[in-house]
Write a protein that binds this ligand. Structure first.
Ligand code: PMP
Length: 363
């Protein structure tokens, strides 16, 4: 490829992932495919600390799980408290409403996280919601919400909790059982560094109990059907993207080789810290409020008179593909992703080029 990728996803993949994905195809009902399916589920269970949860893989992108969450658990006309700190929280609200359910919105300004007391207040005001949604890592602003603290509040109000971890899973810690989550989902093309096409989630027993009684929950994202196929067929109801599952399996083996989840997440932490420090040294701003910075993507605020897209374009000319600003902050920001395959030398090289670009643009 022509560019070094610091994108928001799809991201650069590990060479081992690309290698396994190019093997010849075989039936998804074969013994070999079943073995990989089960091994991948087990590795995900360990990675997400979800011994009590069911791991589900969909042949879809991450958004499929938004649809699934809503259809399997919220009756038509039912309410969902959607917390939104940016564009992807807003998407969850659209998914709720377009499925004939009603989103009640708790919105924060770009760069800010949801705080437990704000969530508590919103739930006191809206005791009739069935579920709460949280974007763990808002990709448009580079904000990591305080998920364990927010989950506690949701439990106090005894609501279901759905977590969009599309750009968090694989980059930020997840303790499914301990935090008492009901559903946490992601896409293959983000922090696991696998091409797009596979959605991954851990789902609680509570969700299945409700789903089994839910009429018209659809077929493609019927969660109990997926659980049944996990158990009986060691696969998915429809044909899955086998190469992506192989790729994910290989990434989870790389995690193991690296020394486990903490070592892997430490790599992400260090990458994002290096990027933030570098950017601050250049006199640029970080959109995320201190203490809530994302370990997978940084939204950088450009100085007055500069446009985020100018930085993006100038970096492309130098062989680095960053990410444009996104959503309501698109104009005054650009983003630097640190997901997938990259080295620390790549990061240093990118920062050195960025420093020159910024100096030039300042004029
Ligand atoms: N939520 C978040 C936080 C995301 O970053 C994205 C993708 N950028 C999505 C949802 C949508 O995921 P997908 O494109 O895999 O459906």
């Amino acid at each position: 490829p022509k560019y070094k990728l610091f994108t928001a996803g799809p991201v650069a993949c590990f060479p081992e992932v690309l290698a396994i994905m190019s093997v010849q195809m075989f039936s998804h009902r074969s013994a070999e495919a079943k073995e990989v399916h089960v091994d991948t589920l087990n590795r995900l269970k360990a990675f997400l600390e979800a011994e009590k949860g069911e791991i589900i893989m969909f042949p879809s992108s991450g958004t499929g799980f938004m649809e699934a969450a809503v259809r399997n658990t919220v009756p038509r006309g039912g309410k969902v408290l959607v917390t939104t700190v940016g564009a992807f929280g807003d998407r969850f609200a659209e998914v709720v409403n377009s499925n004939g359910r009603k989103a009640v919105i708790l919105r924060k300004e770009p760069g800010y996280a949801v705080k437990p007391e704000e969530l508590d207040e919103a739930l006191r005001k809206n005791p009739d919601v069935v579920a709460v949604t949280i974007t763990y890592n808002e990709t448009s602003t580079g904000v990591l919400n305080p998920l364990p603290e927010l989950a506690k509040v949701v439990h106090e109000h005894d609501k279901l909790l759905f977590v969009d971890a599309v750009s968090a899973m694989g980059g930020a810690d997840i303790k499914f059982d301990e935090w008492g989550l009901d559903m946490i989902f992601a896409s293959s093309q983000k922090a696991f560094g696998v091409p797009p096409g596979l959605a991954i989630a851990a789902v609680s027993d509570r969700v299945f109990e409700i789903a089994e009684k839910m009429p018209e929950r659809g077929w493609y994202f019927d969660l109990p059907l997926y659980r049944k196929f996990n158990e009986k067929k060691k696969g998915t109801p429809s044909t899955p993207p086998l190469p992506q599952i192989f790729g994910l399996n290989v990434v989870l083996r790389i995690v193991e080789k690296m020394g486990g989840k903490d070592a892997w997440l430490g790599m992400y932490k260090k990458r994002s810290e290096t990027i933030r420090e570098g950017v601050k040294e250049m006199g640029l701003g970080i959109l995320a409020e201190p203490g809530y910075e994302s370990p997978t993507i940084t939204a950088v605020v450009v100085p007055e008179g500069m446009k985020g897209v100018d930085v993006y374009n100038a970096m492309r000319e130098r062989g680095f593909e960053l990410a444009k600003g996104y959503g309501s902050v698109a104009e005054k920001t650009f983003r630097i992703g640190n997901m997938g395959y990259m080295t620390f030398e790549d990061i240093e090289e990118m920062l050195a080029n960025l420093r020159e670009v910024i100096e030039k643009l300042k004029g």
